[in-house]
Ligand binder design. Structure first.
Ligand code: ASP
Ligand code: MG
Length: 404
C-alpha cells in the first residue's frame, strides 16, 4: 500500500473547525487506499504566543527550557487531531518528536536532526493506525527535548518521509502552492506547477516563505519529492522534485523579496591578506549568519567591507565589528536597516545570456538604485532600498512576463 506523509501547518489547524477539516481529509486519504503518517504544527499563532509568554517571564530564557515550552504547542495539536480522527472512526496515535524517534543534536532552539529511529511509527502503521507526530521537535543526544526552529515542522515531515520511505510528502499550508511572486505584492502572480529542488532552495533562501529552507535541503539530499498545497481548497499545488525541466520552461520561475536583513559596513580596513578572514571568522564564532558580502577597494590602500545579516543578528554583528575593528586597523562601523533584497530565480538562466542585463535595465527604468549584487548559477539578487522593494518586484515580474 502507498504511504503518504501529510504535514499540516499552524493555520491549517488554527481552530476546532479547521482541526476537524484536517481529520476529514486524512480519513478521505485513507479511504482512497493510502496509509498516512501525519506531522502537525502548533495551532495558529501558538508558537508566537509561547515565545511572547517566555519573554514576559524571563530575561535569561535558557534554551533547554525554551524548547520544553515551545514544543508544548505541537503536543496540543497532536492530541486534539487524534481525538478528531477517533470521532471519524480512524485509529490514530499521537507521538511527540522524542517518541517518534527523532534524534537531534544539542543545539537548543535550532536543533538539527541526526537520525530518525522510526520503528514505533512503523509499528503503528503496521497496526493500521495513523501516527500523528508533533512537528519541529525531537530528543537530543543528551536526552533533552529539542526544538528544530521556526518552520521546523516542514523538516520533520521530510525526515519522516525519508525514514519511512514514503511515496509522497504533502505539505499543507494556507496558500495553494509556490507562486511566481508574493501575491500580496503582485496580484496576478501565477502558481507554479513544478519546481526543481535547486530552484526551490533559492526561492526559500531569498524570501519565499512557503517552505523552510532546511526542509528543502533535506528533501534534496534524500530525494523526497514534495507537494506543497492548500488545506483550505485541497486543490493540486506545486510539485518540487529533482527533475530539471528548465529546457521546456520559462527562463525565470519566480521573483522573491526579503526585507528581513540589514547591512553592516566596516570602513577603511587595511587592504591586505587576512583581514576579511579575521572579520568573518569573528562573525562565525558568534554564530552570525553572514549573507552577501561586497568589498570596495579605494586608492589609498584601504577597503570598505559591507555585508548583510539577518535582522536578529544585527546587534551581535555590530558589536563584533566594533570590538575587532580597531584591532585589525579598521575605521567606522555603520548599520543600515532599510535595505531589502529582490531576487530572480530560474534554472533557465544557466543557458540564457542577458538575464542580469534585463534585470538591471528594468530596475534602472524604475529609478531603483542597486546597492549590492550577488548571483548563483540560477539566481540573481540585488540589494535595494526597502521602500522601493515592491516597485522592484512588480516591475521585474512584468518585465519577465511571469503573470498568469
Ligand atoms: N510551530 C513552529 C513555528 O511556527 C514550528 C513549525 O511548525 O514549523 O515555527
Ligand atoms: Mg511554515
Amino acid at each position: 500500500m502507498n504511504l503518504v506523509v501529510q504535514k499540516f501547518g499552524g493555520t491549517s489547524v488554527a481552530d476546532p473547525d479547521r482541526m476537524r477539516a484536517v481529520a476529514d481529509h486524512i480519513a478521505r486519504t485513507r479511504r482512497q487506499g493510502a496509509n498516512v503518517a501525519v506531522v502537525v504544527s502548533a495551532m495558529g499563532k501558538e508558537t508566537d504566543d509561547l515565545l511572547h509568554l517566555a519573554s514576559q517571564v524571563s530575561k535569561t530564557r535558557p534554551g533547554r527550557e525554551m524548547d520544553m515550552l515551545i514544543t508544548a504547542g505541537e503536543r496540543k495539536s497532536v492530541a486534539l487531531l487524534c481525538m478528531a480522527l477517533a470521532d471519524l472512526g480512524v485509529a490514530a496515535a499521537s507521538f511527540t518528536g522524542s517518541q517518534a524517534g527523532i534524534i537531534t543534536d544539542t543545539a537548543h532552539q535550532n536543533a538539527k536532526i541526526l537520525e530518525v529511529r522510526a520503528d514505533r511509527l512503523r509499528q503503528a502503521l503496521d497496526e493500521g493506525k495513523v501516527p500523528v507526530v508533533g512537528g519541529a521537535q525531537g530528543v537530543s543526544t543528551d536526552r533533552d527535548v529539542t526544538f528544530l526552529g521556526r518552520g521546523g515542522s516542514d523538516t520533520t515531515a521530510v525526515a519522516l518521509a525519508a525514514a519511512l520511505k514514503a511515496d509522497a510528502c504533502e505539505i499543507y499550508t494556507d496558500v495553494s502552492g509556490v507562486f511566481t511572486a508574493d501575491p500580496r505584492i503582485v496580484p496576478n502572480a501565477r502558481k507554479l506547477l513544478h519546481l526543481s529542488f535547486e530552484e526551490m532552495l533559492e526561492i526559500s533562501a531569498t524570501g519565499g516563505r512557503v517552505l523552510a529552507l532546511r526542509s528543502v535541503e533535506f528533501a534534496r539530499n534524500h530525494d523526497v519529492p514534495l507537494h506543497v498545497r492548500s488545506s483550505f481548497t485541497w486543490e493540486l499545488g506545486t510539485m518540487v522534485d529533482k527533475e530539471d525541466l528548465s529546457m521546456e520552461q520559462a527562463i525565470i520561475s519566480a521573483v522573491t523579496d526579503d526585507a528581513s536583513e540589514a547591512k553592516v559596513t566596516v570602513a577603511a580596513l587595511p587592504d591586505r591578506p587576512g583581514i576579511a578572514a579575521r572579520l568573518f571568522r569573528a562573525m562565525a564564532d558568534q554564530s552570525v549568519n553572514v549573507d552577501m558580502i561586497v568589498q570596495n577597494v579605494s586608492h589609498d590602500g584601504t577597503t570598505d567591507i559591507s555585508f548583510t545579516v539577518p535582522m536578529e543578528d544585527l546587534d551581535t554583528s555590530i558589536e563584533v565589528a566594533r570590538v575587532l575593528g580597531p584591532e585589525i586597523g579598521g575605521g567606522e562601523v555603520s548599520a543600515d536597516r532599510d535595505i531589502a533584497r529582490v531576487s530572480l530565480v530560474g534554472a533557465g538562466m544557466k543557458t540564457h545570456p542577458g538575464v542580469a542585463a534585463t534585470m538591471f535595465e528594468t530596475l534602472a527604468r524604475e529609478g531603483v538604485n542597486i546597492e549590492m549584487i550577488s548571483t548563483s548559477s540560477i539566481r540573481i539578487s540585488c540589494i535595494v532600498r526597502e521602500a522601493q522593494l515592491e516597485t522592484a518586484v512588480r516591475s521585474l515580474h512584468e518585465a519577465f512576463k511571469l503573470e498568469g
